[in-house]
Design a protein around this ligand. Structure first.
Ligand SMILES: [Zn+2]
Length: 417
C-alpha cells in the first residue's frame, strides 16, 4: 500500500494533493518527506477572508512536521504561494494543515497534546524526540482553540475552590462545572481574592450567572461575598468536603502542638506517626492501623478529643430532616465551645457564623455530589505534580485547562487516539 493511500484516508486538503514520498536527512536524521502540491489551476486563498486570489509568487519550500510514522519523523514539504488579495494585500496563502508561520502541522499538535495529557510534557517530548517547547506550543494551541470553541450553555451548578500552588502562599482559584455528566474545569486564576473570583463572573457573563442554581464553595469570605453578589439566584452551599477539611486542619494543629509539648517535657511521644490515623476516616484504616487507633483512643489527650469531636460531627450529614440536623449542629457547637481545644472552638465558631449556608447543603442534598469538587481537586493536584516543567502560572493554568477542561479539539485526526 502506498503511503499516499494512508494519508488520503487521514487528511483531505481541498485544492491540494500529495506528491512524491522520499527519504531525506532532516537535522541529521532520516525522515519521510511528503510533498504537497497545489491542484493544477487552483488559486491561493487569502488567510484573512478566504477569497481565492491571483497568485503573486511562490516562496521557498518549507517543511511542516507531521505525526511520526513508525520510527520516522514525517514532514510535509510545500512551497507556499503568496496571494494578492484586493482587500488584504499580499499574503502568504492559507494552508489547511498548519496555522500561520507554524512549523508543526495542526494534526501533529493535537497528537502531541493528547499524549501530554497522559504523560508529563517532558516525557512526551522525549518519546517523540522533540523539545519541551514544541510540546508546550502544541498544548497551547489546542487549549486556545478549545477555550475559544467550548460551549458554556446550560451550566447550572458550579463549585469554587482554591488550591495551593508553587512555593510560599500562592493560591489558584478554581471554578468547576458540577452538572452531572459534564464536570470540568471552567476557569482558573491566580490568587484567591475578591477580584479573582469577580474576574471569573465577569468573563462568564451576566446572563449565564443568572442561570446558576447551585454554587458550592468553602468558607473563604471573599468568595462568599462575590457569590452572593454575582449569582443572586443560586443557592450557595458550603459542602461537606470543605467543612470536613477544616476539621482535619484543626486536628492536625492540635496534634502538632501536642507533639511539641511531649518533646519539651521529654514524655513518650504517643502520637509519633499518628497523623494519618487521626486524619483518615476509621473505615479507611487497615487492621494494624485500627488496633493502633484503638490504643490511642484510650488516652486522655487533646488530639484524641479533637478526633472524637470530628467523628461525632459526621452524624450531621446523615440526618434526614434539616430541623433535626440543625438541632444537632447547635448542640455540637455548644459542646465544642465548652472544651479547651482552641482550634476546634474556631471550627465551631465558623460553623455557627455560616449556619444558613451549611444548612443549604440539605436543601440541595442528593442533587449535588459532595465528592465532585474533591475529585476534580485531586486531579488538579496530580497535574501539578507532573508539572515540574511549569515555570509560570500561565503555563500551569494551560496544563490544568488541558487536563480538566474537557475542551473540544481542533477538527482533524479523527482516527488517532
Ligand atoms: Zn483577503
Amino acid at each position: 500500500m502506498l503511503i499516499k493511500t494512508v494519508l488520503n484516508r487521514l487528511e483531505h486538503f481541498k485544492s491540494f494533493v500529495f506528491g512524491a514520498v522520499t527519504f531525506q536527512t532532516v537535522n541529521g536524521s532520516e525522515a519521510l518527506i511528503i510533498e504537497i502540491k497545489a491542484r493544477a489551476n487552483s488559486k491561493p486563498e487569502c488567510p484573512e477572508c478566504g477569497k481565492r486570489c491571483k497568485k503573486r509568487d511562490t516562496l521557498p519550500t518549507r517543511l511542516f512536521e507531521y505525526v511520526p510514522f513508525w520510527a520516522f519523523k514525517v514532514f510535509f514539504q510545500y512551497s507556499p504561494r503568496r496571494a494578492a488579495c484586493p482587500v488584504h494585500g499580499i499574503k502568504v496563502e492559507y494552508m489547511p494543515w498548519a496555522y500561520g508561520k507554524e512549523r508543526m502541522t495542526t494534526s501533529y499538535k493535537v497528537y502531541l497534546a493528547r499524549w501530554a495529557r497522559r504523560l508529563s510534557w517532558k516525557e512526551t517530548a522525549d518519546i517523540f524526540q522533540t523539545s519541551w517547547e514544541s510540546v508546550y506550543r502544541a498544548v497551547q494551541h489546542v487549549v486556545e482553540y478549545g477555550l475559544a470553541n467550548r460551549n458554556l450553555d446550560s451550566i447550572t451548578e458550579i463549585g469554587v475552590d482554591e488550591i495551593k500552588v508553587f512555593i510560599g502562599h500562592k493560591y489558584l482559584t478554581m471554578v468547576y462545572q458540577l452538572n452531572a455528566g459534564s464536570r470540568r474545569l471552567l476557569w482558573c486564576g491566580m490568587e484567591r481574592k475578591t477580584k479573582t473570583l469577580l474576574r471569573f463572573f465577569h468573563e462568564f457573563g451576566k446572563e449565564r450567572c443568572q442561570n446558576l442554581k447551585y454554587v458550592c464553595s468553602d468558607m473563604w469570605v471573599p468568595y462568599l461575598k462575590v457569590i452572593r453578589k454575582k449569582a443572586p439566584n443560586a443557592l450557595n452551599i458550603l459542602d461537606r468536603f470543605h467543612i470536613m477539611k477544616k476539621f482535619n486542619e484543626a486536628i492536625d494543629q492540635i496534634r502538632r502542638g501536642e507533639v511539641k509539648l511531649f518533646k519539651a517535657e521529654s514524655q513518650e511521644n504517643v502520637l509519633l506517626n499518628g497523623r494519618w490515623l487521626l486524619l483518615k476516616r476509621p473505615e479507611n484504616l487497615n487492621e494494624k492501623q485500627t488496633t493502633r487507633l484503638g490504643e490511642l483512643l484510650k488516652l486522655n489527650i487533646s488530639s484524641i478529643k479533637g478526633y472524637l469531636l470530628r467523628e461525632d460531627f459526621q452524624r450531621f450529614w446523615e440526618y434526614k430532616y434539616p430541623a433535626a440536623a440543625e438541632k444537632f449542629l447547635d448542640n455540637w457547637i455548644t459542646r465544642t465551645l465548652q472544651t479547651n481545644l482552641e482550634p476546634m472552638k474556631k471550627v465551631a465558631t465558623m460553623l455557627r457564623s455560616h449556619k444558613p449556608l451549611i444548612m443549604n447543603w440539605f436543601k440541595a442534598k442528593g442533587l449535588l455530589s459532595s465528592g465532585a469538587v474533591e475529585g476534580l481537586n485531586l486531579k488538579a493536584k496530580l497535574t501539578m505534580r507532573k508539572a515540574y516543567g511549569f515555570k509560570s502560572p500561565e503555563c500551569l493554568k494551560m496544563a490544568l485547562y488541558h487536563t480538566l477542561g474537557k475542551l473540544p479539539e481542533p477538527l482533524c485526526l479523527h482516527i488517532f487516539s
